[in-house]
Design a protein. Structure first.
Length: 334
């Protein structure tokens, strides 16, 4: 149960929410949550083939079935001004999740990452004319780089990113602040910490490891297994996003994480337990752009948004694996 201590809610009415990147993992879960609450939801997504487009279309089909006449889809790119204008029409809130994701791919193609994540964000902001529109920006824990102080707090320096992806997310936060300063719209930037759950992107560790374990193939195991991540179940993230949509602070940055860390070795053990099969590890060196630890201090989000991470990792892994096994049986994942 949320208690909105600092950020009171909107007056009760049906909101019109634009979710950019809403055909993806987090966006589709958020869309389902908002439609269940009675809101109108519009998704802007270009269906980028970074992973299986059929999975994104299934997400859209589920949203359409849940929302009926309260759901619309605009196929388009955030770098396209006309698509942005069409998607923004009538929106009260914009939740901007559209981005090229992933640390390692950004090292291979940094120019494209900056074009989509930075230029695309600026183009979207530029098309918002109504100063009453609230803007929620999906940032990332990667902005903390190799921060040695743990847990990571919003007041920590974030001027030393270690990948183009991280740099693009920090740049997005800066663009959002400049836009807020000039226009006055309310903005919340949310730093997500390793989100997982049903429909997670297939290249992310938990999904990828589950595939290798069930197939009996070698999973890529980078380093000695001691790197630690703060894993956050997707329902907790969408709860935090919805709380931020209601926030009355003019501009704020919040961590949304699990406020606990799990080593790579422990994560694989949890998946072995949930899937009932042993993993075959292919030992590999540490990867460029990876950091030794991510760990969220969520004190500010708890105090001002009423945020609570209510899904322990073991429970979340069980939910993910139940979804994965069913989806694999039905041919929806490899």
């Amino acid at each position: 149960m949320f208690r909105y201590l600092f950020c009171p809610s909107f007056p009760i009415h049906v909101r019109s929410v634009l979710i950019t990147g809403g055909a993806g993992f987090i966006g589709s879960h958020l869309g389902q949550r908002l439609l269940a609450a009675g809101d109108r939801v519009r998704v802007l997504d270009n269906l980028d083939p970074f992973y299986d487009v059929a999975a994104k279309r299934r997400n859209l089909d589920e949203l359409a079935a849940a929302g009926r006449d309260r759901f619309t889809f605009v196929e388009g790119d955030i770098r396209d001004d006309a698509a942005n204008r069409a998607a923004l029409a009538g929106a009260d809130v914009v939740v901007h999740l559209a981005a090229l994701a992933g640390v390692r791919p950004s090292i291979q193609d940094p120019v494209r990452y900056m074009d989509v994540n930075v230029t695309g964000t600026q183009r979207l902001l530029q098309q918002i004319e109504d100063r009453a529109v609230r803007f929620v920006f999906g940032s990332s824990s990667s902005v903390y780089g190799g921060n040695q102080k743990v847990p990571f707090a919003e007041t920590d320096p974030v001027d030393r990113p270690v990948s183009p992806y991280a740099a693009s997310k920090k740049a997005g936060e800066v663009l959002c602040y400049a836009w807020h300063h000039l226009r006055g719209n309310r903005v919340a930037c949310l730093r997500f910490f390793t989100v997982y759950g049903p429909r997670q992107r297939p290249e992310m560790a938990i999904h990828q490891f589950a595939r290798h374990i069930t197939d009996g193939t070698e999973l890529p195991f980078f380093g000695d297994g001691s790197t630690r991540r703060d894993y956050t179940y997707v329902d907790d993230i969408t709860s935090g996003i919805e709380a931020a949509m209601r926030c009355e602070r003019p501009y704020a940055v919040y961590n949304l994480g699990g406020a606990a860390t799990t080593s790579l070795a422990e994560l694989v053990q949890q998946l072995e337990r949930a899937l009932g099969r042993p993993a075959r590890r292919k030992l590999l060196p540490d990867q460029p752009g990876d950091v030794p630890i991510t760990y969220a201090d969520v004190t500010l989000a708890e105090r001002e948004l009423g945020y609570r991470c209510s899904t322990p990792l073991a429970q979340g892994i069980d939910k993910f694996c139940q979804w994965y096994v069913a989806a694999k049986r039905e041919g929806r994942v490899r």
